[in-house]
Design a protein. Structure first.
Length: 166
């Protein structure tokens, strides 16, 4: 790949990284749903899996608008985040403590995505790509709401159950 020389090229590179991260999320969420024991958490993960599938479609729309193809190299940051989630599943007894670990792993991925989408939206605005910025803002808001929802589940249900096992 040629060296990135313009903000537009940097924006496309970032979008390709986000696209791969979302593809990895779509692959990871079914196992997280299966591992979760809290119904509230299962429901939140299921809802976010559906949102993520829509976000992938939104990114494909963005690539089309920009005259680019999605894809590229594996997003190693996302790969590490989802690998950590898999490690939690493999090393934690099924129950509230696992649920707490799943929330932590999911929120790490969400925080990465929030940063990535915020940066991509800012680049799109700077480049005068208002429709791309609008689509990215829509996804950014979904990611922020998911993070808030997971925090709520952790604070009101899961962490209380997990701490009662100490």
């Amino acid at each position: 790949m040629a060296q990135v020389a313009t903000l537009e090229e940097l924006a496309v590179l970032g979008l390709k990284n986000i696209y791969d991260a979302e593809q990895q999320a779509v692959a990871a969420y079914p196992e997280m749903i299966e591992a979760a024991t809290s119904e509230e958490l299962k429901d939140a993960f299921q809802t976010h899996l559906q949102q993520t599938q829509g976000q992938v479609g939104r990114l494909e729309q963005i690539f089309q608008q920009m005259g680019q193809e999605p894809g590229g190299e594996k997003n190693q940051i996302a790969e590490g985040l989802f690998s950590a989630g898999k490690q939690i599943i493999d090393q934690t007894e099924r129950g509230p403590v696992l649920d707490a670990g799943l929330i932590a792993a999911a929120q790490l991925a969400e925080h990465y995505e929030i940063g990535a989408y915020g940066t991509a939206r800012t680049y799109a605005k700077q480049l005068g790509r208002d429709e791309v910025a609008r689509l990215l803002e829509e996804t950014l808001q979904e990611e922020e709401l998911t993070d808030e929802k997971l925090t709520g589940i952790a604070e009101t249900v899961v962490n209380q159950r997990a701490s009662s096992l100490a």
